[in-house]
Design a protein around this ligand. Structure first.
Ligand SMILES: Nc1ncnc2c1ncn2[C@@H]1O[C@H](COP(=O)(O)OP(=O)(O)OP(=O)(O)O)[C@@H](O)[C@H]1O
Ligand SMILES: [Mg+2]
Length: 247
């Protein structure tokens, strides 16, 4: 994949590094992160010795075959998953040491997440789903209404605002999921195959949006099977069977 600018090759220290070794400007630093599932007496590893630094303002694509651990990795970064070992620093805070409520506060404040399977709240309308991330912030009601109005407009889904997720097509749900991730202008956007269900021109629009957000300082980490989508970013992390591999 020579056309990807790999300005920041993935570092893989041989030894378990200590807290002092975290790069000073890393937004996200993983030190020896591992995740496994127990089956009776045996254990299956889905992430192995993951050491990676992602700087503020990067646009990173995570690629690899199905089952390689891409979603698992993204969910750990997004702090939805806490069943792993190793050290994870986010904005210099040791996530591995934080209490659940402090982790929740940190990700609600800074991270917008597009789930591979959308995860819209079924009992809320499109409008209400989009308002949720704003409710985590200290934003006045009038401003929330105008932000939701703007994003509905931007994503051309104004006519769907009072519908529930099960009244939308798969692609429309995906658009709402992306809109929900970006609406509160989070510091980091994590997106798991954000265009998988979209028409190619809509997919390109989402990538153009991510590119614009990245140019204005947002860190983007996307999982993608698409080399065209990865080309919007500046760096690729390749996963195989839970390991980071160089290509
Ligand atoms: N609850 C579980 N118990 C055992 N193994 C699991 C469990 N959940 C996930 N896995 C395994 O973790 C591995 C990684 O899954 P993950 O969803 O991260 O893959 P992925 O790279 O995102 O794949 P895809 O491209 O298909 O989305 C898979 O082999 C999967 O079977
Ligand atoms: Mg996945």
């Amino acid at each position: 994949m020579s056309f990807f600018k790999s300005s920041q090759p993935v570092r893989q220290p041989d030894v378990l590094t200590s807290e002092a070794a975290v790069a000073p400007h890393a937004l996200i630093a993983f030190r020896n992160i591992e995740k496994s599932y127990a089956h009776g007496t045996s254990r299956t590893y889905v992430l192995r010795r993951i050491n990676v630094d992602i700087k503020d303002g990067e646009f990173v694509s995570i690629m690899g075959p199905s089952g390689a651990g891409k979603s698992t990795l993204l969910h750990i970064i997004g702090m939805h998953d806490s069943a792993w070992t190793g050290e994870y620093y986010f904005l210099d805070q040791p996530v591995h040491k934080l209490a659940a409520k402090d982790r929740a506060r940190l990700h609600k404040q800074h991270i917008g997440f597009v789930f591979q399977s959308y995860h819209l709240l079924d009992h809320l309308t499109v409008y209400e789903n989009l308002d949720i991330p704003l409710s985590y912030r200290d934003i006045k009601k009038g401003e929330r209404e105008s932000l939701v109005g703007d994003i509905l407009d931007k994503f051309s889904i104004v006519g769907k605002k009072d519908l529930y997720p099960n009244q939308l097509s798969g692609g429309q749900q995906q658009l709402v999921a992306v809109a929900r991730a970006v609406i509160s202008s989070p510091k980091v956007i994590l997106a798991d195959e954000p265009t998988g269900n979209l028409h190619s021109s809509q997919g390109r629009e989402i990538m153009e949006l991510f590119k614009k957000l990245n140019e204005s300082g947002t860190t983007i980490i996307q999982v993608t099977h698409s080399e065209a989508n990865a080309a919007y970013g500046s760096r690729v992390i390749n996963l195989r069977d839970g390991w980071i591999v160089d290509e």
